[in-house]
Design a protein around this ligand. Structure first.
Ligand SMILES: Nc1ncnc2c1ncn2[C@@H]1O[C@H](COP(=O)(O)OP(=O)(O)OP(=O)(O)O)[C@@H](O)[C@H]1O
Ligand SMILES: [Mg+2]
Length: 246
């Protein structure tokens, strides 16, 4: 099986070199755990290190803020967009019925899963996208009247993404202690992998961790890995290393 490497320091070696190609992975974590940074790093490295064009569908944060925040890590997204290596699709404002000034966005007349899929499909053809991010699934659910409709939309989305052959990360919030990884109870089953990010405040230090909860067709690490957010993005460590340093 071909692997899609994230290029995130310390991560790929934990999953036999990367995500299974053409599959979807759910990245779950509480607020501020680093989901958006992880996803952007995956897309950015995709272009810069592996020559894979990518699509970032943002349903929570507005694109201009993501572009601005990610410059802190030295990731100039605008430059990638200008060279058609990246397309950011804005669904953040359509979600609340407001027009977006972005070139690629969902209409303010209402968010529609079919329109989003069509836009993803068009973009995939236009730039030859190999990687996709959907940030976040709960924000997608915002537009539906009832949870059954959200579940149907998630199923449709995951099926079509698989058909398209893009390798996808979807994000979801998770509350600490809850024994589920998505909000609607099916996300973790329709995806091929589940990554969980935690932010633990224990003692006088806060600790960030990443755990690979599942990765189909992969002999993956089962450890809780300490992670760091540095000036160059996310770095994943091994537990032994932490002990050595302590
Ligand atoms: N330059 C930086 N250096 C170190 N840590 C940073 C830096 N920039 C952001 N962070 C940390 O990353 C967090 C934001 O990460 P990110 O936006 O990826 O989280 P998230 O999981 O997507 O959150 P949300 O659920 O709110 O969308 C900040 O709260 C901060 O703790
Ligand atoms: Mg986020």
């Amino acid at each position: 099986m071909d692997r899609v490497a994230t290029g995130i320091s310390g991560f790929d070696e934990l999953v036999e070199g990367g995500f299974p190609e053409g599959r979807s992975v759910l990245l779950s974590g509480g607020c501020g755990t680093g989901k958006t940074i992880f996803c952007t790093q995956y897309i950015y490295n995709g272009v810069k290190k592996f020559g894979d064009p990518g699509i970032y569908v943002t349903l929570d944060e507005r694109p201009e803020l993501i572009r601005q925040d990610m410059l802190r890590f030295g990731w100039d997204l605008k430059k990638l967009e200008d060279s058609d290596k990246l397309q950011i699709i804005d669904g953040s404002l359509a979600k609340i019925g407001m027009p977006s000034e972005e070139e690629f966005s969902m209409p303010a007349t209402g968010f529609d899963i079919d329109k989003l899929l069509l836009e993803i499909l068009r973009t995939t053809k236009r730039i030859g996208a190999k990687r996709l991010v959907i940030d976040s699934i709960p924000a997608l659910g915002f537009n539906f009247q009832n949870e059954n409709d959200v579940r149907n939309a998630i199923l449709k989305l995951s099926y079509l993404l698989m058909r398209m052959g893009v390798t996808t990360i979807m994000t979801s919030e998770i509350s600490d202690g809850a024994n589920k990884f998505g909000k609607y109870g099916i996300e973790e089953y329709v995806v091929d992998g589940v990554l969980v990010m935690h932010y633990l405040g224990i003692g006088t230090r806060s600790n960030r961790t990443l755990h690979i909860r599942k990765m189909r067709a992969t002999k993956h690490s089962e450890d809780l890995h300490p992670i760091q957010i540095t000036d160059t993005g996310i770095a994943v460590h091994r537990v032994e290393k932490e002990y050595e340093d302590a």
